[in-house]
Design a protein around this ligand. Structure first.
Ligand code: MN
Length: 539
């Protein structure tokens, strides 16, 4: 089968396995127990059936079970032995295009691990060839001892042998149990109808297995905020240092009463404790922009009154549970391991580390060479007035509207406005940079008196810069909801386009103290477009 040299490579690259509990694939753990993963997919093709698949020797041995597996020990289900499926298909949930083999919709109806029941079942491939396999399932729905037994091999050449799937009489047996009574996916909670209406993936069975899954939408996880008790425990810690239990982690926090940001007029300064609290509370809003990306930090461990510095390499003292990603393209003297902030405790740890600004890459760890955002950065010069900045932002709105491209503005927390445009996979950084440059130069031509294209600040004569150059690998803009290094701890906040007309709008209007009221009222207008697979029109 093409493309099967290392089918789990991408998945592996995303996680460092010594730090996470997930299995790393059998090759990565020699001496692993016999058995492997299993999955049952509810598949509405020409006829509804359940695909029952056992991981055997690096492929998915598969049977189509028209009525679905059952826990009822008095029922035998017909099971048609079908082609082995590639391991990449294991988690697939989505749509197979009409006209292709198996065209229809698929949900992950159950998954877990299987173990051979007896010694003779340990060599599962051999047992299957002999026509009988007994095994235990540890799934979310299917539990207990099952057997697959061949009844008719009259058509062995097509691979469509007739088998039976049955559950033994054991403590997990449930008379009358019917798979059709539970129609939701264990992966997404969605039904086949819901997946068919809005699929997140397509499976192109005409392509090699490692290219067959076409992602239509990236599923963004959700996160829980800290509890009131957890926040109270943070407030109760002494000023020097202490241990804070947050969700499933224990954090060692230091210098909690240190002032990191001077206050705005009439306001208290912002301490490290305040920043840690903010990092934990903003987690559910901020993590959707960080969870699958390398992260560059701008640290101010001695407060924003002192110069900050860029920090990228995960330090050796960082706890093992912090997720990270290795840049395989790095030269030996460049950063090797980058943070991937994917949990609320990770954000709290970074705050304690003095990371004020969080700058995620515009590409994900799935493919660090493919941007998923095109970024427009309207960077005002010293002479650019607020009204002029708004005018420039509105020109981008008009340009995007004209092209039918969706993007959302955000204020930076300092002086600027950015526009984030979600894009489909398959674009290079050269593509996004050229695209943003072309639009920006067109806008610059309509208001040449406001814009400079000079590289060096001193040559710009105080004019605005329409910066397209951050559309590059390892170049970044500040994340939504990241604090900025200024008095009062202002934060970058996504806004609606119409808010450009709000007379109270300012780029540094919201701070770590006030942004939660804003979120309660308006939510995050950028969030619905995260992961949208938008193709940039040619210009
Ligand atoms: Mn099928």
């Amino acid at each position: 089968m093409p493309g099967r040299a290392d089918p789990l490579a991408t998945y592996r690259r995303m996680r460092r396995f010594e730090a996470t509990p997930e299995p790393a694939g059998d090759e990565a753990r020699p001496g692993a127990e016999p058995g492997g993963r299993f999955v049952v997919q509810r598949h509405r093709a020409t006829r509804l059936h359940y695909d029952f698949r056992l991981e055997v020797d690096g492929v998915l041995a598969s049977w189509a079970v028209p009525k679905g597996p059952t826990l009822d020990p008095d029922v035998r289900r017909q099971a048609i032995h079908v082609e082995d499926h590639p391991i990449e298909y294991f988690e697939f949930e989505g749509v197979i295009p009409k006209g292709e083999y198996g065209g229809g919709d698929v949900i992950v109806w159950d998954w877990g691990h299987w173990r051979p029941a007896k010694a003779k079942d340990a060599d599962a491939a051999k047992a299957i060839a002999k026509g009988e396999l007994h095994f235990d399932l540890h799934g979310e729905r299917l539990q207990g001892r099952f057997a697959l037994v061949r009844t008719d091999r009259s058509a062995p050449r097509s691979g469509k042998e007739q088998w039976l799937l049955l559950h033994k009489h054991d403590e997990f047996a449930v008379p009358g149990w019917d798979a059709e009574d539970i129609p939701q996916s264990v992966k997404s909670g969605r039904t086949n109808d819901e997946v068919a209406a809005e699929p997140s993936s397509l499976w192109r069975s005409d392509l090699p297995a490692d290219k067959a899954e076409q992602q239509l939408r990236v599923e963004v996880p959700t996160w829980e905020p800290p509890t009131e008790d957890e926040l109270a425990a943070l407030d109760a810690l002494g000023g020097k240092e202490g241990e804070w239990a947050l969700q499933d982690r224990v954090l060692r926090l230091t210098n909690l009463d240190k002032v990191l940001f001077p206050g705005r007029a009439g306001e208290d300064p912002v301490t490290k404790r305040d920043l840690v609290r903010y990092a934990a509370q903003i987690g559910p809003w901020l993590l959707p922009y960080l969870w699958d990306r390398p992260l560059n930090l701008h640290r101010y461990p001695n407060g924003v009154g002192k110069p900050g510095f860029w920090h990228k390499e995960v330090p050796s003292h960082a706890p093992e549970w912090l997720n990270r990603w290795h840049n395989d393209d790095a030269d030996p003297d460049e950063t090797q391991w980058y943070f991937v902030a994917d949990s609320v405790p990770a954000l709290a740890w970074l705050a304690n580390y003095g990371a004020i600004e969080l700058h995620p890459w515009t590409s994900s760890v799935r493919d660090s060479h493919e941007p998923t955002w095109a970024l427009i950065d309207v960077d005002p010069g010293p002479k650019t007035s607020w009204d002029e900045l708004l005018l420039l932002a509105r020109l981008y709105r008009t340009a995007l509207d004209h092209m039918g491209v969706e993007g959302q503005p955000k204020v930076t927390g300092q002086r600027g406005i950015q526009v984030w445009v979600p894009i489909a996979g398959g674009c290079s950084f050269d593509d996004t940079r050229a695209w943003v440059e072309t639009i920006s130069r067109a806008i610059g031509r309509t208001v040449p008196e406001l814009v400079s294209w000079e590289w060096t600040k001193s040559d710009r004569k105080g004019l605005a810069r329409l910066d397209y150059t951050q559309n590059a690998r390892n170049k970044t803009l500040v994340a939504p909801f990241s604090p900025r290094p200024a008095a009062g701890a202002p934060v970058s906040v996504p806004i609606e386009w119409d808010e450009l007309d709000d007379p109270d709008l300012r780029p540094d209007r919201w701070t770590t103290r006030t942004v939660f009221d804003r979120l309660a009222e308006r939510g995050d207008p950028l969030r619905p477009v995260i992961g949208r697979q938008q193709r940039l029109p040619s210009l």
